[in-house]
Design a protein around this ligand. Structure first.
Ligand SMILES: Cc1cc2nc3c(=O)[nH]c(=O)nc-3n(C[C@H](O)[C@H](O)[C@H](O)COP(=O)(O)OP(=O)(O)OC[C@H]3O[C@@H](n4cnc5c(N)ncnc54)[C@H](O)[C@@H]3O)c2cc1C
Length: 423
C-alpha cells in the first residue's frame, strides 16, 4: 500500500516518540514506523534522571502530569558510590527537599508510557512490526519501502537507535571507536537497597576505570546490574567485557552484595554512542535524533534525556522547514547547530571530567575523604548535583580545577618517581 505523509519518523523509542508528541496537533501528517511491537524490551540501566523529568515538563504540563501519575517508576533520593578500594559514600541526588527526585523504571514500561501518548494525536499514525528495507531520497520527497507498504514524506527522522537504518542508508559516517561504550546488563531478584530511597549503587573497580559497574533497584523488586566501559579502553587493555563482568560479580565487594540474590535474566549488551565529537546529524530531507545522532553523556551513559531533548529540537526545526518549504541540507544545518549548541559544552566538560576517573588513587582519596569528613561529603554532593543540572557556577568550576590540578600533580609525582627509579 502507498501511504502519503508529511513527516516519517523511524523508531518509537524516547527520541522518536518525543519528536512525534511535539508534532502532535501541528497540522502535519506524521507516520511513526517502528520495527518492534510495544511494550518492547530495551537494554538499559533503567535510570531516569532529573533531565528526563524536566524534558517531559518542557514538552507539556499534561505530559508531566501523566508522568507524575505513571506508577511503574520508583523515586530515588540517594546514590551509594564505592571507590576502587571499596570505601562507600552515600550522596543525595537532590540535596534540597523541594527538588524533584530522579527515578528508576524498566525501560519497557517507560518507553511504552511515552509510546501510548501518541494515541491522543489524530495527525500521528503509528505502524508497529514494520521493517524498513529501502530508503530513497528524491528531489521532492523521501520514500521508505517496508515489506508491505511504501511510505512517502517530505522529511524523515532517524530515531532508530545506535544501529540506525536511516543513518546507514543515507551514508552518514558511523560513530568512531572513541565514541563507543560497550555496556552489559542483567537482572537479579532478592536484592534490597542499602538504605531507604537509595536506589543507585555505583562501583568503581580500578581495572575498569573510567568505566563502572552499577546496581539500580526497580519498583518491581528486581535490580538491574550492569557494566559500561569505553571501547578504546577495552581494546587497549585487551579485556573480554563479559568475562570481566562475571569476574567482578564474583569478587568483593559485589560477591557479598549479591549473596542470596538470584540472577533472573541473561546478560545482554549494546553499544552506547557517546556524544562529544561533532559529525553531520542532518542532510537533505533528513534529521537524526537520540542514539542515532550519538548524544549520550560520556561519563554516566545517560541518553534518555538527550534523546527527548533532540526530539523536541527536531520537531521545532521540522515545523520551521514546512513554514518556509525548505528541506535542504543547508537549512537543516540549523538543527545540527542547535543540538551541538545545547549539548556540546556539557559533553566536552564531561569528557574532561572522565579523564579524572582514570586515577584509582584519586578516587580513593576523594571518596575516602568524603566518607571521613561530612563537610567534604556535602561539597561533593553539591558538585555532583550541579553537574547533574548543568550549573557550572564559579564554585563548581573552582572545585573542578582544584581536582584537575591535584591529578596533574599526582601524575607529575608518579612520572618523576618512575624516572628517578630508572636512573
Ligand atoms: C546497557 C545500557 C544501559 C543504559 N543505561 C541508561 C540509563 O540508565 N539511563 C539513561 O538515560 N540512558 C541509558 N542508556 C542509554 C539509553 O538507553 C539510550 O540513550 C536511549 O535509549 C536512546 O533513545 P533512542 O530513542 O534514541 O533509541 P532507542 O531507545 O534505542 O529506540 C530506538 C527505537 O527504534 C526502533 N528501531 C531500531 N531500528 C529500527 C528500524 N530499522 N526500523 C524501525 N524501527 C527501528 C527500536 O525498536 C526502538 O524502539 C543505556 C544504554 C545501554 C546500552
Amino acid at each position: 500500500m502507498h501511504r502519503k505523509f508529511d513527516v516519517l519518523i523511524v523508531g518509537a523509542g524516547p527520541a522518536g516518540a518525543s519528536t512525534a508528541i511535539c508534532l502532535g496537533n501541528s497540522g502535519l501528517k506524521v507516520a511513526v514506523i517502528e520495527k518492534a511491537v510495544f511494550p518492547r524490551e530495551k537494554i538499559c540501566g533503567d535510570g531516569l534522571t532529573l533531565d528526563v523529568v524536566n524534558q517531559l515538563g518542557i514538552i507539556s504540563e499534561e505530559l508531566a502530569a501523566s508522568f507524575r501519575n505513571f506508577s511503574a517508576k520508583l523515586p530515588c533520593y540517594r546514590a551509594e558510590i564505592f571507590s576502587p578500594d571499596c570505601k562507600r559514600i552515600s550522596v543525595a541526588v537532590r540535596p534540597q527537599e523541594e527538588q524533584k527526585p530522579m527515578y528508576t523504571c524498566r525501560r519497557s514500561d517507560f518507553d511504552n508510557f511515552l509510546f501510548q501518548q501518541l494515541k491522543q494525536f489524530e495527525n500521528v499514525s503509528v505502524f508497529e512490526n514494520c521493517h524498513p528495507q529501502k530508503l530513497i531520497v528524491n528531489e521532492d520527497k523521501v520514500v521508505l519501502e517496508t515489506g508491505e507498504d511504501t511510505f512517502e514524506g517530505s522529511i524523515i527522522v532517524g530515531a532508530d537507535g545506535v544501529n540506525s537504518f536511516v543513518a546507514r542508508e543515507l551514508g552518514v559516517k558511523h560513530i568512531t571507536r572513541e565514541q563507543q561504550c560497550v555496556a552489559l546488563r542483567t537482572y537479579y531478584k532478592g536484592l534490597k537497597p542499602l538504605r531507604e530511597g537509595s536506589l543507585i549503587e555505583m562501583y568503581l573497580p580500578g581495572e575498569i576505570l573510567p568505566g563502572y559497574l552499577w546496581i539500580f533497584h526497580l519498583g518491581d523488586g528486581t535490580s538491574n546490574v550492569g557494566i559500561g566501559m569505553p571501547a578504546t579502553v577495552i581494546n587497549c587493555k585487551g579485556i573480554n567485557l563479559k568475562t570481566c563482568f562475571e569476574g567482578l560479580l564474583m569478587a568483593e565487594p559485589l560477591k557479598s552484595r549479591l549473596e542470596g540474590a538470584e540472577r533472573i535474566e541473561a546478560v545482554k549488551g549494546l553499544i552506547i554512542p557517546f556524544g562529544g565529537l561533532r559529525r553531520d546529524i542532518s542532510g537533505y530531507r533528513f534529521l537524526l535524533t537520540g542514539d542515532a545522532a550519538a548524544l549520550v553523556d560520556p561519563i554516566t551513559g545517560e541518553g534518555v534525556g538527550n534523546a527527548i531533548r533532540s526530539g523536541r529540537v527536531a520537531a521545532g526545526h521540522i515545523i520551521n522547514s514546512f513554514k518556509v518549504n525548505d528541506f535542504s541540507g543547508a537549512f537543516n544545518k540549523a538543527y545540527d547547530n542547535e543540538i551541538y549548541r545545547r549539548m556540546m559544552p556539557e559533553f566536552k566538560f564531561h569528557l574532561k571530567l572522565r579523564s579524572l576517573l582514570n586515577h584509582p588513587s584519586l578516587l580513593n582519596y576523594i571518596v575516602g575523604s568524603a566518607a571521613d569528613h561530612p563537610g567534604i561529603e556535602r561539597s561533593l554532593q553539591h558538585l555532583i548535583w550541579n553537574l547533574r543540572v548543568n550549573k557550572f557556577g564559579p564554585r563548581v568550576m573552582l572545585v573542578f580545577r582544584l581536582m584537575y590540578m591535584f591529578t596533574l600533580q599526582r601524575l607529575f609525582v608518579s612520572v618523576f618517581n618512575r624516572k628517578r627509579k630508572r636512573a
